[in-house]
Design a protein around this ligand. Structure first.
Ligand code: FES
Ligand code: FE2
Length: 325
């Protein structure tokens, strides 16, 4: 995981007002709940008294109460009541639970993986490209793969005619031109442009341009968009569960029609198309070894793998920067 980054971890709708959610993300067992104002709290899901999962407890006003002996914590992990000591007693702060910084935007909960005082304002998303009139459907799936492999798969223009030979990769376009790529800070933009092998040499990347109406965009650490058309997008949040598992949240966005219900209908069916493509990728990516990718992973890369190499380089730099800060 990269330190000091906002990771998209869970759709907002998963944490309902009266629900306490236990979820594993970034190798941590987390307890998520909302206080009376609806603000989300994120605590380590292990009580400091005798180790029970707090997420199995109950909502008590602004707090969550551990199921074992009822100690109550607020959204910042502060101890509010120790029932065994009586209401009259000052709550002992030695029971405080570690809390994490979380924010909500775009229907998603983001988790700050780092020092709270270093938290940045901006959350990774495609604010300037996904307009408010776009509706979306969402599906999720758990992959037994490290999130770096999942992201690389979505930047891989070489696999398309093989893994997706009967869907989005129909036509046997095995020759990889470029791909065209632009890097802007922590964002990678790629336009694939494969062609059928007719004995020609592939076109070099510097002879190709990004197509603004058809491209892939990745924002570190774990958000990706397929710009399929001006009125059609697929967005994936790759939520790391731990070093071997990743939860996918895949959205199909559209504003193709004037009437909202038509967009909703299209998004609903788009979800099933996404599922077919995603399952084709999943069976292959889950077999990749080693589980996590790395900059010097001993793989023999192709020229068409340049977006993957770029992803690895930026990730490596961000990891080193955060370790040394
Ligand atoms: S283990 Fe949580 S209150 Fe005792
Ligand atoms: Fe794929």
């Amino acid at each position: 995981m990269i330190k000091n980054q906002w990771y998209a971890i869970l759709p907002s709708k998963e944490v309902k007002k009266d629900k306490i959610v236990g979820v594993r993300r970034l190798g941590l067992n987390l307890c998520l709940f909302r206080n009376d104002e609806g603000t989300i709290g994120c605590l380590i899901d292990k009580c400091t008294h005798r180790g029970a999962a707090i997420s199995k407890g109950e909502h008590k006003g602004n707090c969550v109460a551990c199921p074992f002996h009822g100690i109550r914590f607020d959204k910042d992990g502060k101890t509010v009541l120790v029932p065994a000591n009586g209401r009259i007693a000052e709550p002992e702060q030695r029971f405080n639970v570690k809390s994490y910084l979380v924010k909500e935007a775009h229907g998603m909960i983001y988790f700050w993986n780092g020092d709270k005082e270093k938290a940045t304002e901006k959350l990774p998303f495609f604010d300037d490209q996904i307009t408010d009139d776009m509706v979306y459907s969402e599906m999720s799936d758990l992959w037994h793969a490290h999130y770096s492999r999942c992201i690389e798969n979505q930047l891989d223009v070489v696999h398309i005619p093989f893994v997706h030979y009967n869907t989005i990769g129909r036509g046997n376009k095995t020759v990889v031109n470029g791909p065209a790529m632009e890097v802007m800070g922590h964002t990678i933009l790629v336009s694939g442009n494969n062609s059928v092998d007719q004995g020609q040499a592939p076109i070099k990347a510097n002879e190709l341009k990004i197509n603004p109406h058809l491209n892939l965009k990745f924002i570190f650490p774990n958000v990706w968009q397929n710009y399929i058309a001006d009125d059609l997008r697929v967005v994936i949040f790759f939520a790391p569960v731990d070093d071997e598992n990743t939860m996918f949240y895949i959205r199909f966005y559209t504003n193709k029609f004037k009437m909202k219900f038509l967009n909703q209908t299209m998004a609903y069916f788009g979800k099933f198309a996404n599922r077919v493509i995603e399952r084709q990728d999943k069976v292959v990516v889950e077999t990749q070894l080693p589980k996590a990718s790395s900059l010097l992973g001993g793989e023999n890369l192709l020229r068409g793998d340049s977006p993957i190499m770029t992803y690895r380089k930026i990730r490596d730099t961000l990891q080193k920067e955060s370790e040394s800060s």
